[in-house]
Design a protein around this ligand. Structure first.
Ligand code: S3P
Length: 199
């Protein structure tokens, strides 16, 4: 993988990379790092919904309900997939929607950041920003959501494991290697990453 002294990768992103996976899988933090290394824009669907609504995700759930949030999520994802290639972190429930999976498959490359329950729980347990976990026995809720969503996440084009304690940099490296292997294995398809011409 060609990486310069300042850690910039001389690679050009040709498809939007859509990070999917359950809460705590690292979509936002890893996505930001990946985008910065690729010199691409980073977007987070939750953040975009919050900006458009002028309130936090928890407040949207509380005042308008989950269906309203899902509708906003679908519109934000469709809009961002229409924009130039970027790195897009989606909320944990986005890839459960068949329609979202279809539009993501059409114009982007989905990557499931897969992690074990204990790893996820460690990352989310001290935060109160996730409305679906604000109920009795949130760890069990998280486990149930993982089981329920597993089949949907498995439909992602690529899967990258997020092990306990793994750094964002190593996750980014794993993602880039997985994309490269995928591009090499599919020579007749349009590559996700190509070498950037350096002046
Ligand atoms: C949700 C995950 C959250 C956010 C909302 C619903 C879910 O995003 O979209 O609270 O359904 O799993 P993160 O996965 O970024 O926490």
């Amino acid at each position: 993988m060609p990486i310069s002294a300042d850690n910039t990768v001389f690679l050009q992103l040709n498809h939007t990379i859509v990070l999917v996976g359950i809460m705590g899988s690292g979509k936002t933090s890893v996505g930001k790092r990946l985008a910065s290394i690729l010199g691409a824009k980073f977007h987070d669907s939750d953040h975009e919904i919050e900006e458009a609504a002028g309130m936090k995700v928890a407040e949207i759930f509380e005042r308008f309900g989950e269906d309203y949030f899902r509708d906003g999520e679908r519109r934000v994802i469709a809009r961002l997939l229409d924009a130039p290639p970027c790195v897009l972190a989606t909320g944990g429930g986005a890839f459960v929607s068949e329609e979202n999976r279809r539009i993501i498959a059409k114009s982007g490359t989905s990557i499931w950041l897969k992690a074990e329950l204990e790893t996820l729980w460690d990352r989310v347990k001290d935060r109160s920003t996730r409305p679906l976990l604000q109920q009795p026995n949130p760890k069990q809720v998280l486990k149930n959501l993982m089981e329920k969503r597993h089949t949907a996440y498995q439909e992602a084009t690529l899967i990258v494991s997020s092990d306990p304690g793994i750094s964002h940099d190593i996750m980014v490296r794993r993602i880039l290697e997985t994309i490269r292997e995928h591009d090499l294995a599919h020579p007749s398809a349009a590559p996700i990453l190509t070498k950037k011409a350096v002046e």
